[in-house]
Ligand binder design. Structure first.
Ligand SMILES: [Zn+2]
Length: 102
C-alpha cells in the first residue's frame, strides 16, 4: 500500500500496487480516498488541466496536464501543500489558537 498526501488538510490517496513511475490514465480509477473510502477517478476537463475526483465525497483537485504519473502527482501535491502553508502561515496560526480556545 502506498499513499500520496493530496492537500493541506492531510487528505490521502491510497494507491495499492501502483509505482511512482506508472501513468495516471485518463478516465480511470486511480485509488481510494483514505478515510472516506471513495473511489478517486482521474480525467481531463480542459486542454491544460485534469481533475482528481472522489465519487463518495466530491473531493476535487485540479491538476496541470503535465502531472501524468503517480510520482509527479506526489511531488506536485507536496509543492502545493508547502506553497499553501508558506502563504497562509498567519491564518493557520490564528485557526490553531482559535481551536485551542474552544
Ligand atoms: Zn472522498
Amino acid at each position: 500500500m502506498h499513499t500520496i498526501i493530496l492537500n493541506e488538510l492531510g487528505e490521502e490517496l491510497d494507491i495499492e500496487g501502483y509505482g511512482d513511475g506508472n501513468n495516471l490514465v485518463n478516465f480511470t480509477y486511480i485509488g481510494k480516498h483514505f478515510l472516506c473510502r471513495g473511489s478517486v477517478e482521474f480525467f481531463a476537463v480542459s486542454t491544460t488541466y485534469n481533475v482528481l475526483q472522489c465519487r463518495q465525497c466530491s473531493l476535487r483537485i485540479n491538476v496541470p496536464k503535465e502531472v501524468d504519473t503517480y510520482g509527479k502527482l506526489r511531488k506536485w501535491c507536496a509543492y502545493e501543500i508547502e506553497y499553501y502553508i508558506r502563504n497562509n502561515k498567519a491564518r493557520l496560526e490564528n485557526m490553531s489558537v482559535f481551536a485551542r480556545s474552544m
